[in-house]
Write a protein that binds this ligand. Structure first.
Ligand SMILES: Cc1ncc(COP(=O)(O)O)c(C=O)c1O
Length: 400
């Protein structure tokens, strides 16, 4: 299956030698997904939830079927728990905003970690300023996972919310929510999981995770940008006030007052990202056909193969050596700036990301300012890994 998979991604028709190692930032797009989006705009398009005419009602059906598809994909018990947003960032902001306004005030604590992407830090800072609660970070262990002992210690009667990444976009480590769940059992502390990096690489079951909220972005899972998913437990659908007001989220409106719609509808104000949701459905189909178990194993093998070769050289500093991790390798080479390395690799048509990866607190924690990051997707293969590794060592010779 994976041998010919590049044929399914049009970018390789034009650029057959591209070695794309930046899937953690955004995945390349399969033809199947592009076609679904194209078809939607070309032949199926009308606004959804509004028209009685066939074009609109047919697309509404397809749009709502995607909600069911997403629900099945993440093993939610109902599509009623799936809210379409414009991104994971918007999903996190929604939860932070709505939870903080109802439940957080001076003396309360929200637990995050040093692994978090800015998307799971900055919204908390904004709310903390407004509602005067404290954002408490969990430190990391030596292999780049959250330190579960520190997590244990930092849970206390002031802890009112936990918000953690499922998989780090820098160290690649996958958080063990079995440990987290055990520690907070019976404490009634709601939990949000940022699944941006996990979603395209491993099978997800939100019911097993028992999280209150789970977010991810379509573009990380071979789908379009402009669409995100927020899974929310029933209880919060009822309790939370709307995030935005406008069309589609209402039951009735009188000139003086509005009665809101119930359930996910209350959180989907305005025209939704229609073609993006249809594209997301196609990308989930695509991933399902390959199978997430095979994807994880395939990418893991590539990761281990690459890491082993890179690790031969003591000048290669690896950030994140957890045994429980996805296919992301963040590294620096002694004496070379990550940006120089990336530009050298670009000349060989190898795309890696460099910088702080929207994780400045993590960079500071690691006492660095940036890393180079190679992140794998289903279209990578051992030839990619070999060229990447030999080019990194060539860069070392060139710069040092
Ligand atoms: C771990 C993690 N969380 C959140 C985000 C934010 O995703 P988006 O920009 O699609 O909202 C990203 C994106 O890189 C990420 O890697």
């Amino acid at each position: 299956m994976f041998e010919n998979i590049k044929n399914l991604f049009p970018v390789f028709e034009k650029n057959p030698n591209l070695v794309f190692l930046d899937t953690a930032a955004s995945a390349l797009k399969p033809k199947e997904m592009i076609d679904a989006t194209n078809n939607c705009y070309s032949y199926e398009y009308a606004n959804v939830h509004r028209g009685l005419y066939s074009l609109s009602s047919n697309l509404t059906k397809k749009f709502e079927n995607t909600r069911i598809q997403v629900s099945d994909f993440i093993s939610s018990h109902s599509e009623e728990n799936i809210i379409f947003t414009k991104s994971a960032t918007e999903g996190i902001n929604l939860v932070v905003d709505k939870f903080s306004e109802k439940y957080l005030s001076e003396g309360d604590e929200v637990l995050i970690s040093y692994l978090e992407h800015h998307a799971n830090i900055v919204p908390w800072h904004i709310a903390a300023k407004k509602y005067k609660f404290k954002v408490v970070p969990i430190i990391l262990n030596e292999v780049g996972e959250i330190d579960y002992n520190d997590f244990n210690d930092k849970i206390n009667s002031r802890t009112k919310f936990i918000s953690l990444a499922h998989m780090s976009n820098v160290t690649g480590s996958i958080t063990d929510f079995e440990i987290i769940k055990k520690r907070i059992k019976g404490l009634n502390i709601p939990m949000m999981i940022d699944g941006c990096q996990f979603i395209a690489h491993s099978k997800l079951n939100v019911l097993e995770l028992d999280c209150d909220f789970y977010v991810f972005s379509g573009h990380k899972i071979y789908g379009p940008s402009g669409v995100g998913v927020l899974y929310m437990k029933d209880k919060w659908l009822e309790i939370f006030n709307p995030y935005q007001g406008g069309g589609s989220m209402i039951d009735t409106v009188e000139i003086e007052n509005t009665k809101f719609a119930k359930g996910f509808q209350k959180f989907e104000a305005g025209t939704p990202p229609i073609a993006q949701v249809i594209g997301l459905g196609a990308s989930i189909n695509f991933v399902n056909k390959i199978g997430l178990k095979d994807i994880f194993n395939y990418e893991k093998e590539l990761h281990d193969y690459t890491l082993e070769k890179l690790s031969f050289d003591d000048d290669v500093l690896i950030y994140g050596k957890s045994l429980n991790k996805g296919a992301i390798i963040s590294f620096n080479i002694n004496g070379i700036h990550a940006n120089d390395l990336a530009m050298f690799l670009d000349q060989k048509n190898i795309a890696v990301r460099t910088g702080h990866h929207c994780c400045q607190p993590l960079m500071k924690y690691l006492k660095i300012t940036s890393t180079a990051r190679a992140s794998f997707g289903i279209y990578n293969n051992k030839d990619d890994a070999d060229l990447f590794v030999s080019s990194v060592f060539e860069a070392k010779k060139f710069f040092i």
